[in-house]
Write a protein that binds this ligand. Sequence first.
Ligand code: HEM
Length: 376
Amino acid sequence: PYPTYARMRREAPVCQVDPGGMWAVSRHDDVVRVLKDPQRFSSQGFRVATNPPWLGGNPFSESMLTLDPPQHGRLRVLVQKAFGAAAMARLEPRVRELCRQAVADLPRGRPVDMMPPYALRIPAAVISDLLGLDSTRAPRLKQWADLITGGVTTVRPEEEDRKQRARDAVAELRAYFNEVLDERARTPGTDLVSELQQARVDGEALSRDELIAFMALLLVGGIETVVHLLGASLVVLREHPEVWAQLRVDRSRIPAFIDEVLRYEPPAQAAPRLTTEEVELGGVRLPRGAPVLVLLGSAAHDEAHFPDGDRFNLSRPGPQNLPFGHGIHFCLGAQLARMEGRLALEALLDAFRHLEAGPEPMTWHRTLVVRGPATL
Ligand code: HEM
């Protein structure tokens, strides 16, 4: 499904997309090499990509995702426990319930765009729950997440109205998170925001800006990508009705299905980095300060690692971890994402005997980093 990536891997595995522009890295082993080397390939690349001067600041661009050691480790340690296996086991019944509710509310017997009521509703509800946010704001959360990421990275210089929408989203999101933090400071709960507010690193509490950056990261990381995992699961099932039939009789294959969807249609297609010194990669010399985009989507189809990689294969040996990155920034929510993917599909299998593609063609949502269905 990715002919351009295949051509890049063959002909120009490390190449500059336009003169003076980003460098793209498309082979699996080069991608891993970059992600394993934060000293030379800094995550400040995210900041450059998501915080243009016209925006006037973006909390997402200040989060730990954009930090290098040692600042990165100081923050990561704080949230690691909240996403560990024990925490996930505690969360599972609640996530199952949210998936069931979403599926129960789907209309029956007529075509429906599955993105808003299923693929979007589930991760937005899960992240609202985790952060203890008011669920009536869930639709706004996704719009904010879109606007502070794709809404920023795909704007052309003349698109003043889009720039204004992104600036408004940053202001609204900051105001809302400040409100939540004030309220939680008065009456702490058992949610992740309260936990972070009480957390101490070397005896020091996180600053207001650090807390807001964290919340913005979890919002984007937790919604944008899972939406597309759930959407891509349906795209695959539409292409392969026999897989739906297999999963109906053998639920134990669902985790393998989710892993193969992650590989076949990776929701996070790319991760930006910035070189801190001149460095050689795949036979190409990159200058210091070069913006680099590692193409996770391409790595996941690299025939050197995945024979017949453009084919969806439920029996492909897993697990597939590279779609969640590699090294110090490896996705904090990987277990949660897999769990949401599994439980959302289980809820569908429980409620429907079969799914049928509707009359409308699907459309793709495209940004610099995430990819998946926009309407389905
Ligand atoms: C980091 C992918 C779901 C939170 C990352 C990275 C990738 C990724 C590729 C590394 C980026 C880099 O190296 O620059 C995905 C995919 C998901 C998913 C494909 C779903 C299918 C989630 C969820 C959450 C989450 C559900 C939390 C609720 C994070 C955080 C980081 C991260 C906090 C930053 C970790 C760090 O900087 O140390 N994710 N993610 N992600 N993800 Fe996810």
